[in-house]
Design a protein around this ligand. Structure first.
Ligand code: DOR
Ligand code: ZN
Length: 360
């Protein structure tokens, strides 16, 4: 049995408030514990979005009642809330800015709207940006100009990892994360579905995710530049199968219960070391986000367990995984959180409300 520190996922979507048929704080944090995570940071693109004191309280109150592992809640950057969110910084995980189109309503198109956030959000916390390709380059320029930490969410492209490498060499305060799905999946060819008259061929809804799955060349570049990548984050973004298979599939994959087995299998295959995994799933997230210690907290992983990933065994409410049937090695047997066994042999052992807010 391998004993590791409690894993930290700095990028999850729990859908509460607003869309608890996809996930809520109870099922989301249960999935986290089953996946070996003892701390999660939740994104603000809920309904309503989390962007002021009132909505932050809404999310934190739900979390306080229902979370089974420790948690933080991001606030979202809106067109005119820079003062409001800066004042909430000590209660929030960090600030999230959406610079590109995705699920939810928080996108900030106009650079003039980015400026007050970069000026005002306290520099002891990073600004996390959803920024792809050229908007990522713009976000890095903002980090340089305003001389403040910026964390780039879910990078997926060769050009992105190479630009971040160059920016780090210049001393710009930029960090980044990669999601397992961008390390293990590439863009499938468009299926015949949706090929009615006048319709473009399209990607099967189950594979829709933002940023999109990329090419083999992009995926190889991520693996070749692992030293540039600070964190692994799941971007756990549950949507139901009915929604994913509909005519208007929302983007996103669940990821909390598959991240560790997938990455551990890469360790077994010699593509990654266990030390590099711990750095990216514990040490670096903790440092970048100034997260507190979790005393008497660890996980135990059976390194010899070989098995198939099955959605039917998961705790997430969404009921599916893009990794169905994948053969992996490494099973989380036990999670101890602040002195208490929180998960053991497939069972959640702590009640809703056991989780603590990481910003007191
Ligand atoms: O695929 C995605 N799903 N990308 C995002 O940025 C948002 C997420 C969601 O909330 O569903
Ligand atoms: Zn996300």
């Amino acid at each position: 049995m391998l004993k590791l520190p409690g894993l930290i996922d700095l990028h999850v979507h729990f859908r509460e408030p607003g869309a608890t048929h996809k996930e809520d704080w109870d099922t989301g944090t249960s999935a986290a514990l089953a996946g070996g995570f003892t701390m999660v940071l939740a994104m603000p693109n809920t309904q309503p979005p989390i962007f002021d004191a009132e909505t932050l309280d809404l999310a934190l109150n739900a979390a306080k009642r229902k979370a089974r592992c420790d948690y933080g809640q991001y606030v979202g950057a809106g067109p005119d809330n820079a003062d409001v969110v800066a004042a909430l910084a000590d209660k929030a995980a960090a600030l999230k800015m959406y610079l590109d189109m995705t699920f939810g309503e928080l996108r900030l198109d106009d650079m003039i709207l980015w400026m007050p956030h970069f000026q005002k959000y306290p520099k002891e916390y990073p600004i996390v940006v959803h920024s792809e390709s050229r908007s990522m380059a713009a976000a890095i320029l903002f980090a340089a100009i305003y001389d403040r930490p910026v964390h780039i969410a879910h990078i997926s492209l060769r050009e992105e990892v190479l630009l971040i490498k160059a920016a780090k060499e210049k001393g710009i305060k930029v960090t980044c994360e990669v999601c397992p799905h961008h390390l293990f999946l590439t863009q499938p060819s468009p299926s015949g579905r949706g090929q009615g008259e006048g319709e473009k061929p399209r990607i099967d809804g189950r594979f829709e995710v933002r940023p999109r799955l990329a090419t083999q060349k992009d995926m190889d570049a991520l693996w070749e530049n692992l030293d540039v990548i600070d964190c692994f984050a799941t971007d756990h973004a549950p949507h139901t199968l009915e929604e994913k298979d509909s005519d208007n599939p929302p983007p996103g994959f669940p990821g909390l219960e598959t991240a560790l087995p997938l990455l551990f299998t890469a360790v077994e295959g010699g593509r990654l070391t266990i030390e590099a995994l711990i750095q990216r799933m514990h040490t670096n997230p903790k440092r970048i986000f100034s997260l507190p210690d979790q005393p008497e907290t660890w996980i135990e992983v059976d390194e010899n367990a070989s098995y198939e990933i099955k959605a039917s065994e998961q705790f997430t409410r969404c009921g599916w995984t893009p990794f169905e049937g994948w053969k992996v090695k490494g099973k989380v047997r036990k999670v101890v959180l602040r002195g208490k066994t929180a998960f053991e042999d497939g069972k959640i052992m702590v009640q809703p409300g056991y989780g603590e807010n990481i910003r007191k």
